[in-house]
Design a protein around this ligand. Structure first.
Ligand SMILES: Cc1ncc(COP(=O)(O)O)c(C=O)c1O
Length: 429
């Protein structure tokens, strides 16, 4: 049963045949049935080196044997009780011990839920209404986050979404990433009204955009100056560059932080947490409501605990080094082939933007050459390499990727890019 057949079936069931839009690409997405280490296997038995890694969650690679064994034991003993369990404490402690600013926390099932609750909490704490976000930052798919957002909303050309009441979108104000003047001006025009600044400390949903020197510290200062909370959305960046949220590496302290992806080791998870006085406002300690049948469920807690225990002793320099190797190779391939573009990378994440020289904010990356990316993506896929399917997503590296994987990828990068370029030139003639 191949992907095309499966897609025909799924498209009758799910909008666009998928259960999350970013999974779709033309003419139909491949369906995978197995993941082991750095590789995915499709329904035709073809293997692919995976650089999407569950959109960043699978930092140990697929089906890590220790995690699988632990999960099997967990499942055999039951995996949803709707009661507190010991694993919540173990995972919660690991996070508190490895984070400066997260003193108290609440687990959720997704990053979307985490940012939704963090925003509500910030509004309740400050008794103010507005939230300042950056253009192109993605904080999940709820109404308060889907304003000038990133990820699938860019790929599919929907800057925000119909269905969000004007009353809601008016409470979200937008500034430019990497531009403190724009943040200050926006705060100034919404003086006394801004409850929080929410930001991805490294943008990971318009491809990768690194914070400029001083940007995050500047945000911290502006938030304090304007009596707003700083919410760092670390759903991608938390435990991705080292065994802590990225803010601890960057030397910036959030009032509230959201986590997801890596901390669940591939099981559904999210978390919002931060200062104790703020978190104590959450129900049942305080009046701000949050709940969830599956929040802190034993399966996700076990997967997160085991993943984090392995990560705690892992050398993050190894995965960063592999990305550096790919980036260096891609740079020199592009030079040889006379293809211009910008490559942004940080630690174990990178993305290439063809056709532009700088990728420092949303507006710049929007000018990237998507046709060349699509041609490149298709050829890499044919060659057995599964890249994230849009230039507005992020390539991730896992601890399971081997040197041979990297060498093979570099080889295919060169062939695919040359072929993609020639093909576009021929069609243009
Ligand atoms: C920075 C950021 N925040 C929030 C989310 C939403 O998380 P989830 O997809 O788990 O709801 C994402 C998802 O990619 C994300 O990248």
């Amino acid at each position: 049963m191949n992907s095309e057949t499966l897609y025909r079936q799924s498209s009758g069931l799910f909008p666009g045949g998928v259960n999350s839009p970013v999974r779709y690409y033309d003419p139909f997405p491949l369906f995978f049935r197995r993941g082991r280490g750095s590789k995915l296997e499709d329904y035709d038995g073809r293997k692919f080196i995976d650089y999407s890694l569950g959109f960043g969650a699978m930092i140990l690679g697929h089906a890590n044997p220790s995690v699988v064994k632990g999960l099997q034991e967990r499942i055999a003993d039951g995996y949803l009780f709707g009661t507190p369990t010991e694993d919540e404490i173990t995972l919660g402690r690991i996070i508190r011990e490895s984070s400066r600013s997260i003193r108290k926390m609440r687990f959720t099932n997704s990053g979307t839920e985490a940012t939704m609750h963090a925003i509500r909490l910030a509004r309740a704490y400050t008794r103010k209404k507005k939230v300042l976000k950056m253009e192109g930052c993605f904080h999940g798919a709820h109404d308060y986050a889907l304003i000038k957002s990133g990820s699938g909303t860019l790929t599919f050309g929907v800057p925000s979404s119909p269905g969000i009441p004007e009353e809601v979108s008016k409470t979200v104000v937008v500034a430019d990433y990497n531009d403190l003047d724009s943040v200050r001006n926006t705060l100034q025009s919404n003086r006394q009204e801004t409850a929080a600044i929410i930001v991805e400390p490294v943008m990971g949903n318009v491809g990768v955009i690194n914070p400029a020197d001083g940007f995050l510290k500047g945000l911290r200062e502006l938030a304090t100056e304007y009596d707003a909370l700083l919410i760092l959305d670390e759903v991608i960046t938390g435990y991705r560059f080292g065994f802590s949220p990225y803010q601890d590496i960057a030397g910036v302290e959030a009032d509230l932080t959201t986590l997801g992806k890596v901390i669940g080791g591939g099981a559904p998870i999210g978390l919002f947490g931060g200062r104790e006085d703020i978190m104590d406002m959450v129900s049942p300690s305080g009046p701000v409501y949050q709940s969830g049948t599956f929040s802190g469920n034993p399966f996700s807690m076990a997967s997160g605990r085991m993943t984090m225990q392995i990560l705690r002793g892992s050398d993050y320099g190894k995965i960063a080094g592999k990305v550096q190797k790919l980036v260096n190779a891609l740079e020199s391939i592009m030079q040889t082939l006379n293809i211009n573009g910008a490559i942004n990378s940080i630690g174990s994440m990178y993305q290439v933007f063809f056709g532009i020289n700088h990728a420092r904010n949303y507006r710049e990356v929007m000018k990237a050459d998507r046709s060349l990316f699509k041609q490149y993506f298709d050829r890499m896929l044919d060659a057995g390499i599964y890249l994230p399917p849009s230039t507005f997503e992020t390539n991730f590296m896992s601890f399971a990727h081997s040197e041979e994987d990297i060498e093979f990828t570099i080889l295919k990068m060169e062939e695919s890019l040359k072929n993609a370029r020639d093909n576009l030139r021929n069609t243009a003639k």
